[in-house]
Design a protein around this ligand. Structure first.
Ligand SMILES: C[S@@+](CC[C@H](N)C(=O)[O-])C[C@H]1O[C@@H](n2cnc3c(N)ncnc32)[C@H](O)[C@@H]1O
Length: 340
């Protein structure tokens, strides 16, 4: 098996560069030999990649390597012995897997280990690409900056959830696999024959899941044109083109222009959905249901907002839950309310 023999004093810099280029075979141990280390390689590297660091002091050799003893059960376990145990503790074990892509959160002081962590994530998950979160979710279209740290530099993938195929580009559109259970919960409440509006549809995970399981008509609206394009792709991929009407634009204008009436409205834009409650109330039929989401520390605030927006119509809260934690004490709340 091939390895790169490197003088000890430059081994760390060369190792980082190899990691960055996904060249290290992580199934085998790095060997040590007097003043040299030998790193197991997956492929022969182009030596000009390292010419500045190596200056003719590194050599490709054919040798045997010892297998890593245990197969890793978790990302943390995989990194044990490779980076400082205290630092391993800082790594967020929880990460998102979207189709072939892993998205990781790496604390700032672990930035120098990002490629090592990326490679470990690649190996551990068997996916194709690893990205590091570079910002919070931001802006109207709710995307975040991502840095590619390992594997192939691809950002489009197909994610599978409850039998649905969702094609999306993690850099261009919002998508969270952590909302899968919430989507199922809402989809399970739908009755055949309903007209539904998803006001902030993204790539249409709610509409596709609902349409695959019910005989309904769903307006899937999003202001992000890339999301709109993926809605159309996902309708085809899931063979639900006859049940979903994709619309690109600002939902307030769309609903104002088209005079749509609905039995059920989904409002998954938890930061600012309250600004659109008046549109939702105008659109929802008597006895219809609104699934409203808001970042809040209690249930009272989102429920009050629905009551105020609906007035003089009456509301009945059918369900309320903490969908997921956003930050300490702050929750992504979900309220199901019937509007009379
Ligand atoms: C949090 S994402 C939710 C996406 C989707 N419901 C899901 O569960 O994956 C919110 C979406 O609302 C869209 N959006 C934001 N403001 C909008 C507006 N005024 N009209 C229509 N869509 C909007 C964004 O582009 C984004 O795709």
């Amino acid at each position: 098996m091939i390895g790169l023999k490197i003088p000890k004093d430059i081994a760390n810099d060369v190792r980082k560069s190899l990691l960055k280029n996904s060249l290290i075979n992580l199934d085998f141990k790095i060997e040590r030999e007097k003043d040299y280390v030998i790193i197991p390689l997956l492929n022969e590297p182009k030596m000009d990649l390292f010419s500045e660091i190596c200056q003719d002091k590194c050599e490709i050799i054919d040798t045997d390597f010892e297998m890593q003893k245990r197969s890793p059960r978790s990302l943390k376990e995989y990194l044990e012995g490779k980076i400082d145990p205290k630092k391993i503790e800082e790594i967020r074990g929880s990460f998102d897997i979207i189709g072939d892509i892993v998205i990781l959160e790496i604390p700032e002081d672990l930035d120098e280990y990002k490629h090592l962590i990326g490679e470990a994530a690649l190996k551990f998950t068997g996916r194709k690409a690893v990205f590091k979160k570079q910002s919070e979710i931001k802006g109207i279209i709710r995307t975040r900056d991502l840095e590619h740290i390992a594997g192939e530099d691809i950002s489009e993938t197909v994610h599978q959830e409850f039998g649905c195929k969702l094609m999306l580009d993690v850099k261009k559109v919002y998508f969270s696999p952590r909302l899968a259970t919430e989507r199922k919960r809402v989809a399970d409440q739908v009755q055949d024959g309903e007209i539904i509006v998803d006001m902030f549809a993204g790539v249409a995970p709610f509409p596709v899941l609902i349409a695959k399981n019910h005989n309904v008509k769903i307006y899937a609206i999003d202001i992000n044109n890339d999301a709109y394009e993926y809605i159309k792709r996902n309708m085809e991929l899931n063979k639900v083109s006859d049940k979903i009407i994709p619309i690109s634009g600002d939902v307030r204008e769309v609903l104002g222009d088209k005079n749509i009436r609905a039995d059920r409205i989904i409002m998954n834009l938890p930061g600012t959905a309250y600004e659109f409650l008046d549109s939702a109330i105008e659109t929802v039929n008597e006895g219809g249901i609104v699934h409203y989401y808001e970042f809040s520390d209690d249930f009272q605030k989102p429920v009050e907002r629905i009551k105020i927006a609906a007035y003089p119509r009456k509301i009945e809260v059918l369900g309320k839950r903490k969908v997921r934690s956003r930050s300490p004490g702050m929750w992504h709340m979900g309220i199901d309310a019937r509007i009379f």
